[in-house]
Design a protein around this ligand. Sequence first.
Ligand code: 8X3
Length: 249
Amino acid sequence: MSSRSKSAVVTGASSGIGEATARSLAEAGYHVFCVARRTDRIEALATEIGGTAVTCDVTDAGQVDALAAAIGERLDLLVNNAGGAIGVEQVTDADPEGWRRMYDVNVIGTLLVTQALVPALVASGAGTLINISSTAGHDVYEGGGGYTAAKHGVTAMTGTLRLELNGLPVRVTEIAPGMVRTEEFSLNRLGGDQAAADDVYAGVDEPLVAADIADVVTWVATRPHHVNIDSLTVRPIAQAAVHKVHRTT
Ligand code: 8X3
């Protein structure tokens, strides 16, 4: 790593928005620490983009401490992207364990990584922290109770953090994607049912793809440091609101 290159941590870098963000930031000149549980995937990515793979489950405090040690004393950019949805049950039918897991990965994981790495962001003198939330952090919808509750938690944490870090050289941004078609998001949510996952996007002309959000992350990170983009909601044209999706079929 060159002494002049900026450094970035991207969690959830093994696929989807995280992987695309790691690529985009590397193209923008960052040395990217690609963080996820799946070592084989992040090692391949890190090799491709000239970054560093760090295997880490963001919900495990010990592993997050080890991540902080691997990053060192200074960090320019943290992208808290690891997260996901489990299930589409209604509130009255949902398995509480699924809700716990969603809260754990989306909220507690973001909390642990933030706590571990904010000192390095401050030490950089010009740090940037970007949390990838979701439109589910601002809206609710049937079958989305556990996920929207968790993502509302991410939104609340992000706003609180901006207030609490005021006066320190760290800006804080929330990016809230709407419908993004990735390899794994809907597949994981729907228990591996590929047909059901495909149905989520059926007839939707050009859902967003991971690279669209990566592009927005890189744009936010590369504004002059006194410019704090508080929050950005990003949807495909076909999705005017969470319940208003134009489908051709
Ligand atoms: C993904 C967007 O609409 O599935 O975070 O909640 S949605």
